[in-house]
Design a protein around this ligand. Structure first.
Ligand SMILES: NC(=O)c1ccc[n+]([C@@H]2O[C@H](COP(=O)([O-])OP(=O)(O)OC[C@H]3O[C@@H](n4cnc5c(N)ncnc54)[C@H](O)[C@@H]3O)[C@@H](O)[C@H]2O)c1
Length: 434
């Protein structure tokens, strides 16, 4: 089947490459010429394990092509995915301008039946709006359907998640759209992975409700961790004991510096606001959002306990990506902590194995207070304390002995190390909830 992906960011590119790997003919379209140029050369603009190899393989096979010309992309396509960004605007509402733009363009270019599928995370009711926009701009008499197919991949394991999904959710209002999407996903569903068909609004809500629930789970264990700190319990033990209950499960029960990334913060905020548009107050999520913001101050309080005067102190920060195995720093807790340290007058020495270029761009107007270094050991030189923000694999084996050569205060916001080993080296160690 020929399909088209509009937007070749984290979701669009992974989807395009994986659909090609599954045997479909795929055209990836983006307005960013630099991205398209790189992609045509087989270079992935984002870091995602396994992605670049699969990209090159499918370019070579001819099943995967890229263009900045939307007409080329949708010509002959049976399915056109909207995978453009939906970032938060200044009021932290989802900015739908890119979605509206692609809907308009598809309306103008459409000549044959196709299914326009929202893969981007969009508030309930957006499919209806998209349908109206396509209709208003339709120059041919061609028929089309609009569907919702929210994406659940996780950055850092996106290819794996796309190929082996917990579930595929399809929101449709026509049999023809359902059949087309079932056929598209057949290479995955025939391996036994679940595909659930529902109405469009329910599909739109499944995405928000899922992310909001996971954000709440993370926040819950963070708040339990704060109590553990006070009473002298170990949150890892508490989480393990809770997780043995199948109704609870052990995933997303790792205490840390608060959730970040391009999805949870914006999706929680939008879910609250969408609900409020309909006169529904989701109080639990208001608390989640507030508690998550507070969690960043918990990290700084831990530092302040041992370094009361942060101004003019040097602080090493390990990890800038919002989680390991990605170069994505959008709404990363690490970036937020770096900014707050600088506001308090600290000099920060940063290291991240992959996300450094993105971080440099994000923090460029703070460069007088930051030193970016290319080796983790370098960050420790002359520093008064180390804050571990992202649990990259390469940090896990670093020994307290090595750290002790440079400093004696460590804040491990991901609980990757053992307190005892650090204390034996005479290092003041703070974990989260231990
Ligand atoms: N990143 C994730 O882990 C993830 C997971 C699930 C869902 N989502 C959702 O998927 C959507 C995309 O997220 P992302 O992280 O891939 O975003 P992104 O910012 O990485 O990519 C968006 C891409 O769309 C392109 N674009 C914008 N306007 C365009 C147009 N008119 N035509 C063609 N391309 C255009 C941009 O140039 C960019 O390359 C969002 O709604 C997000 O919430 C993201």
């Amino acid at each position: 089947m020929k399909i088209c992906l509009l937007g070749t960011g984290y979701v669009g590119l992974v989807s395009a490459v994986c659909f090609a790997e599954l045997g479909h003919r795929v055209v990836g379209v983006d307005i960013d010429n630099k991205k398209i140029k790189k992609l045509k050369e087989g270079i992935s603009p984002i870091y995602e394990p396994g992605l670049e190899e699969m990209l090159q393989k499918n370019l070579k096979s001819g099943r995967l092509t890229f263009t900045d010309n939307i007409s080329e992309g949708i010509e002959g396509a049976k399915v056109v995915f909207n995978a453009v960004g939906t970032p938060p605007d200044e009021q932290r509402r989802v900015d739908l301008r890119y979605v509206r733009e692609v809907a308009k363009q598809v309306g103008e270019e459409l000549t044959d039946y196709l299914v326009f599928v929202n893969k981007s995370t969009v508030p309930v009711g957006t499919a209806e709006e998209v349908k109206r926009i396509i209709n208003e701009n339709l120059s041919s008499g061609a028929e089309f359907d609009v569907a919702s197919n929210p994406e659940f991949l996780r950055e850092g394991s996106a290819v794996e998640d796309f190929m082996n999904p917990d579930r595929i959710i399809i929101g449709v209002d026509s049999k023809k759209a359902e059949e087309t999407l079932r056929e598209l996903y057949k290479p995955i569903t025939k391996k036994g992975f679940k595909l659930m068909v529902t109405d469009i609004k329910s599909a739109e809500l499944i995405k928000y409700a899922s992310n909001a629930f996971l954000a709440a789970k993370v926040t819950f264990i963070n708040e339990v961790a704060n109590l553990c700190d006070e009473v002298g319990a170990d949150v890892r033990e508490v989480a393990k004991g809770m997780g043995l209950d199948k109704r609870i499960g052990d995933r997303f029960l790792e205490a840390g510096p608060g959730y970040g990334g391009s999805c949870f913060p914006k999706d929680v905020d939008e879910f609250i606001r969408t609900s409020s548009d309909y006169g529904i107050e989701i109080r639990v999520l208001e608390a989640v959002s507030k508690a998550n913001r507070f969690q960043r101050s918990v990290v700084l309080q831990k530092l302040k306990k041992h370094l009361p005067e942060i101004a003019n102190k040097k602080v090493a920060v390990w990890g800038l990506a919002f989680k390991p195995d990605t170069d994505d720093i959008r709404e990363s807790s690490a970036i937020e902590i770096v900014k707050r340290l600088i506001e308090k007058g600290a000099k920060v020495r940063c290291y991240d194995p992959i996300a450094m270029e993105n971080a440099k761009e994000e923090l460029k107007n703070k460069k007088n207070s930051i030193t970016f270094v290319s080796k983790k050991e370098e960050a420790l030189k002359g520093a008064d304390a180390l804050i571990l923000m992202t649990q990259w694999e390469e940090f896990k084996d670093f020994t307290p002995k090595e750290i002790r050569k440079h400093l004696n205060i460590v804040i491990d916001t991901r609980n990757i190390w053992e307190r005892k080993e650090f204390e034996e080296e005479g290092i003041t160690y703070e974990g989260m909830g231990r």
